[in-house]
Design a protein around this ligand. Structure first.
Ligand SMILES: NC(=O)c1ccc[n+]([C@@H]2O[C@H](COP(=O)([O-])OP(=O)(O)OC[C@H]3O[C@@H](n4cnc5c(N)ncnc54)[C@H](OP(=O)(O)O)[C@@H]3O)[C@@H](O)[C@H]2O)c1
Length: 317
């Protein structure tokens, strides 16, 4: 089958469209004819050869963990879904990719809501799963009057975490570069600039207290987040591996192995139907311009996800 793939590690230009073997759905999996696939930071790191998982990667490698499309194979043990269903989801984390192809095998998925375009659906899964897991770990249940600070809020995970936290009743402060503040406001957050001096800027907003903080960016803000909340127990990081050494919990996903592999996807889709949740898509590139998509994600600014349109792979164009 045709796929976006790279045969050697390197800059975005190593990406191209070529042939790879077709995957098939195993137990508990579905295969989809892919319409769209999100581009994530992990895809960039794997392509560049910067990821610790580099040694486990067989080349050529097909990047991409998130995808949306129409089911064309149902693996043993799967119930409630059938060939022809429109779904969005993610590949098994152990595969490290495979989404940006004519066909992809999903390890967890949910029905695509009609309210979402294919581009939004292809961008959603990892952001929703990651944000849901982090908000659960922070104990954000929606029952209390909570103020949450999200550092690194304008990207793929952060823009989803802002909305899901607001849906749980939290007041959300969200960091971003000043040019992204209107975007953060449109998601329902109070924006504040990221970088050193964050605590002073938050105090200057006159906000009496920060109850919880989520570090999405992993850019060295943990000391300030702990100072703002008053305790490392009130902070979770998704990307700063020094966190546990400071008593801050690091949330890492192994979504394929979780008992509830579809964690949060159905909830997000339900919120979308009610008009309360959207998947911000910054840009869409066709498969043969995947290198441009990776370059755009690397440079920022991020305002949601960058997505590949893979429908041209079916026509052979
Ligand atoms: N633990 C997990 O399970 C898990 C799952 C998924 C992703 N991740 C990791 O989480 C991180 C974020 O993922 P993502 O998909 O949201 O990435 P992304 O789309 O690239 O977004 C990164 C965000 O960080 C912001 N940022 C850049 N420099 C910053 C700074 N100094 N301080 C605060 N924010 C800053 C960016 O803003 P500008 O673009 O405006 O600069 C952008 O909004 C990545 O490291 C990713 O690998 C972890």
């Amino acid at each position: 089958m045709r796929a976006v793939r790279f045969e050697r590690f390197g800059p975005p230009e190593v990406l191209g469209v070529g042939s790879v073997p077709e995957p098939h759905a195993g137990p508990g999996e579905v295969r989809i004819a892919v319409r769209t696939a999100g581009v994530s930071p992990v895809d960039l790191a794997l392509r560049a050869g910067d990821s610790p998982s580099r040694d486990g990667l067989a080349l050529p490698h097909v990047p991409g963990v998130d995808a949306a499309g129409v089911i064309d194979e149902v693996g043993p043990g799967v119930t409630g879904f059938t060939v022809g269903d429109a779904v969005f989801g993610a590949v098994d984390v152990a595969r490290l990719g495979g989404a940006s192809a004519r066909f992809a095998v999903l390890a967890f998925w949910a029905a695509k809501p009609d309210a979402w375009s294919w581009e939004e659906a292809g961008a959603a899964a990892t952001g929703v799963e990651t944000a849901t897991r982090a908000l659960d770990l922070l104990g954000l249940t929606g029952e209390q009057d909570t103020t949450l600070l999200i550092d690194g809020a304008s990207g793929g995970v952060g823009s989803i975490a802002v909305q899901l936290a607001a849906a749980r009743g939290a007041r959300v402060l969200a960091t971003g570069r000043p040019a992204s503040h209107a975007f953060l406001t449109s998601l329902g957050a109070t924006p504040v600039a990221y970088g050193p001096g964050l605590a002073e800027r938050v105090h200057a907003l006159g906000i009496p207290r920060i109850d919880r903080a989520l570090d999405v960016a992993g850019k060295g803000s943990l000391d300030e987040l702990v100072a703002l909340t008053g305790s490392p127990d009130s902070v979770v990081t998704l990307a700063d591996f020094t966190g546990p050494g400071r008593g801050v919990r690091l949330s890492l996903g192994r979504y394929g192995g979780q008992p509830d592999g579809c964690h949060g996807l159905a909830f997000a889709a339900e919120q979308a139907v009610r008009g309360r949740f959207r998947v911000p898509v910054q840009a869409v590139f066709p498969a043969d311009r995947a290198a441009e998509a990776h370059a755009a994600v690397a440079t920022g600014p991020r305002r949601g996800k960058t997505v590949l349109d893979l429908t041209t792979l079916a026509s052979g164009a």
